[in-house]
Design a binder for this molecule. Sequence first.
Ligand code: ZN
Length: 162
Amino acid sequence: MKTFILIIVFLKCGSLNAQVQWAPNQSQKVPEVIDCSIGDIAVARAQPYPHIRFCPQAAAEINSMFPGAGHFYYVHEYGHILVSPSEVAADQFAATQLAQLPGSYYYINAMVSHLYYRAQNGEGPHPGYGTPLERANRILAAAISANPNLAINSSTGLLYEK
Ligand SMILES: [Zn+2]
């Protein structure tokens, strides 16, 4: 029995690839509905009841370029559900939550890489977000203030564990 449990733990750790994914607790969880008509990776809706609509194909697409970025979007949507409709607050929620889970700054780095890429492609500001670079800097600042063991590598602009 002990061996059996150890094997399960081993397999689970292997599949997690050393990063812990954020998950809502029982009191935070809302229905998550698959919907690719949203034209986005995920959106949070307050009506007719609080829920999240997400598109697995859109998430797979972003993950194929920036592995793990889709998970940041998922946590961001929960930020809307649990904290505020504000994009800044939802990003802050996602960065703060992920910065505090073991190894999960991985997902923040994926999102920040995605934002650097968008900035390099000349993407301008969006209402509620500012420019991709402003958004990346806010996310990094929130991560660092949530976990003092994280720092920014000055040559890559990505987080690492001190
Ligand atoms: Zn949002």
